[in-house]
Design a protein around this ligand. Structure first.
Ligand SMILES: Cc1cc2nc3c(=O)[nH]c(=O)nc-3n(C[C@H](O)[C@H](O)[C@H](O)COP(=O)(O)OP(=O)(O)OC[C@H]3O[C@@H](n4cnc5c(N)ncnc54)[C@H](O)[C@@H]3O)c2cc1C
Length: 397
């Protein structure tokens, strides 16, 4: 029987696996990560590359290794020029540096060898273990399971999309999506004013497309996508004291969806000023395909004529996807979040991370630092510690 089964080999699953390796006496062969993809971090890499992200939004201290100086040390020893690969006050790593470091972390932990490529279809509890059944018919028995199943599915398309031919539109986070570059489909509408939309619009323009970025509201500039105060003890302690209702309100107030970091805002602004792309603030009310071209009608009456539509509208998260894996009903609060213990246990020996752990970890739960805060909790539980560990920047205990 395995000690740990991790469902999901994205950043959250990998961070937890590395924390187990570093801070517990886990026998390496008693850990398995099951992911739909053939390699770890597939969806993270695909999504960040597609939208043309150059720098992570989070600081370089937040990497996949549970040691907050590790990426900087790696950058130094591997000769990454800090002027190019670490941006600004928060030392945000370039995507290239982060990817190289992530490969190194996975290599150190020999984690690709622990990956099994399959979809977990069901989890059932029998006496003192969980059995996971997968799409390829294999089953895994483990003492404990971590659900690290990700940020959800691409946000459903707006209704007007369904008037268009299916091959002219898609969501940038759909697995089958392709970059709309080059003739003849050269005029592209990117829909969505967050960091993904802004970066994608600039990327398409650089590749030679005639781009219009359509946003509901003028872009809002914010360094981070949620209030960093909740990473550490200051706001974290308030969060832990708050009732579930108050926590929900705190998360809503602390999250900054659809905002863009200053460097992306500057790049977008320059691209607009140079005439490389057009920024249109408006609400699309209708769409149609005529003679192969797409017409998008805005509430203002303006009609945009394009060849392809790229939706960059984020993710839609639904607790039921994870919940439906388990045959016994798992408790969910009225806000749709798992009712979990402070140690992130949803059912006996079934733990969660990422958005699923938001009720305990708070606003940063889906981010890299949220994964570390979650891993610290579960490891403290494994060690039988009475109090939940300190959040944030401090090292694991
Ligand atoms: C463009 C972009 C940029 C971002 N930038 C940052 C940043 O700079 N800093 C930061 O902290 N955060 C950032 N984030 C947020 C967050 O870190 C990422 O979304 C990250 O990928 C989340 O990791 P994850 O492991 O939860 O999800 P994923 O990377 O999606 O991994 C989840 C994995 O679980 C697998 N899975 C799900 N269900 C099953 C199942 N039943 N069976 C088998 N496998 C399953 C999926 O196939 C997937 O591979 C960014 C997000 C995006 C989209």
């Amino acid at each position: 029987m395995l000690e740990w089964l991790i469902v999901g080999g994205g950043p959250q699953g990998v961070i937890f696996a590395r924390a187990l390796q570093r801070y517990t006496c886990l026998d390496p062969s008693s850990l398995v990560i099951v992911d739909r993809n053939r390699t770890l971090l597939s969806e993270w890499q695909r999504n960040t590359q597609r939208c043309g992200m150059h720098y992570l939004r989070s600081p370089g201290a937040h990497s996949l290794e549970p040691d907050f100086g590790n990426l900087f040390q790696f950058a130094r020893t591997r000769g990454f020029d800090p002027a190019t690969h670490l941006m600004g006050r928060y030392q945000r790593p370039s995507l290239e540096l982060f990817a190289e470091h992530s490969r190194e972390v996975i290599r150190r932990g020999e984690l690709e060898g622990r990956l099994r490529s399959a979809t977990v279809d069901a989890l059932s509890r029998e006496r003192d273990s969980w059995t996971a059944t997968t799409s390829d018919g294999t089953s895994y028995e483990a003492r404990s399971v971590l659900l690290a199943t990700g940020p959800g599915r691409p946000e459903p398309a707006p209704q007007w999309c369904f008037n268009l031919r299916r091959d002219v539109w898609g969501h940038v986070f759909d697995s089958a999506w392709e970059l709309p570059a080059g003739a003849p489909a050269n005029r592209v509408a990117v829909i969505g004013g967050g960091a993904t939309g802004a970066q994608l619009a600039v990327r398409c323009a650089r590749l030679g497309s005639d781009v219009v970025l359509v946003v509901e509201n003028p872009p809002i500039v914010e360094q981070f996508d949620s209030d960093p105060c909740f990473i550490g003890r200051r706001c974290g302690a308030d969060y832990e004291r708050a009732s579930r209702d108050e926590r929900r309100r705190m998360v809503t107030a602390a999250r900054r969806p659809g905002t863009i970091p200053p460097d992306v805002a500057l790049t977008l602004d320059r691209a607009v000023k140079r005439g490389d792309l057009r920024l249109v603030v408006g609400h699309i009310v209708a769409a149609m395909t005529e003679h192969g071209a797409v017409s998008l009608e805005l509430a203002s009456g303006e009609v945009l004529s394009v060849d392809r539509v790229a939706l960059a509208t984020g993710f839609h998260w639904d607790v039921e996807e994870a919940r439906s894996l388990v045959s016994d009903p798992l408790p969910v609060d009225p806000g749709g979040l798992p009712m979990i213990s402070p140690w992130l246990e949803w059912a006996e020996h079934l733990f969660v991370t990422g958005r699923l752990a938001e009720g305990e970890i708070g606003p940063p739960a889906p981010n890299l630092i949220g994964a570390h805060n979650a891993a610290k909790r579960v490891i403290a539980w494994m060690k039988g510690e009475a109090a939940t560990p300190v959040r944030g920047w401090s090292h694991y205990r």
